[in-house]
Design a binder for this molecule. Sequence first.
Ligand code: SF4
Length: 340
Amino acid sequence: MSDYRRVLLEVKNLKKYFPLRHGFLGRGAGTVRAVDGVNLHILQGETLGLVGESGSGKTTAGRTILRAFNPTEGEIIFHLQDGPATDIAKLGSTELRAFRRHAQMIFQDPYSSLNPRMTVRDIIAEPLVAGGVAQGDEVDDRVREIARRCQLSLEHLRRYPHAFSGGQRQRIGIARALVVQPQFVVCDEPVSALDVSIQAQILNLLMDMQKEFGLTYLFVAHDLSVVEHVSDRVAVMYLGRLVEVAPTADLFYQPLHPYTEALMSAIPALDPDEVMKPVILEGEIPSPANPPSGCPFHPRCPYAQDVCKQDMPPLKEYKPGRFAACHFADQLSLKGALKS
Ligand code: SF4
């Protein structure tokens, strides 16, 4: 189905490499290719889920897209409402600071991301003041308004972060990210540190805020059932590369990449009548400092053939809106977590 919403973010050939050092003198010992040539786009008002095992590069990709890490290569182009296209990979530090009001991040661990010596009021106000977005009474007006929408009371604003539960601290993190009225937010595993009973409240808050403010999310997570709940489309990452991108329902009914099938087989059944037989992957995810030849998934793939050891499959569109990086994506009949 065509989607006529406009593109808010385009990421082209994004790479983030980290040098490996060892020994007393810190001599170079190779390169970790944490993100290795990622291309994606996100439509305005959309949630794109970004999933993969730990070590897949999803968190580094999310952070590099917001320039928490400087990219090694590539373009990060924002098409903001009422503004020119801006490749933030090229911005200097002053321009980047000014740009941050448009693109914010919600962190996995709200406690370590909140300064324990600041009151909640000051924590939420900080991006407004530091970014020069508001001054004087307007700062307090905006802090009170976003706190109210995140179900934090005036009394809460006078307290310090240690006085709050995990769920309340995540509400503070969300209020701090949204107080500058950004257009784009990277949600970096925003519920994985929370009790299951609190997760739904925070996900509902994020979805309510998205509707209310027309936000666009990149939702980074390892939990596929959470991603299925919140995402319009899902991108699956393995060893620094995207291996599948698809609308959420298509991906969960019938994935095109064997890695996606394996991830899905590990989720507790979404449909109680249909429990998937687990796809057991051989071994651990390989080191991004020394990725396998050909298809990086071939040492663990139950469908691998000789060609997979030599030729890297490109991410190709096999059906409208459905991309996969597998030589046999149009021949395999893989199982999803949902049944039609
Ligand atoms: Fe498996 Fe080969 Fe497809 Fe890679 S290209 S996912 S090894 S079948």
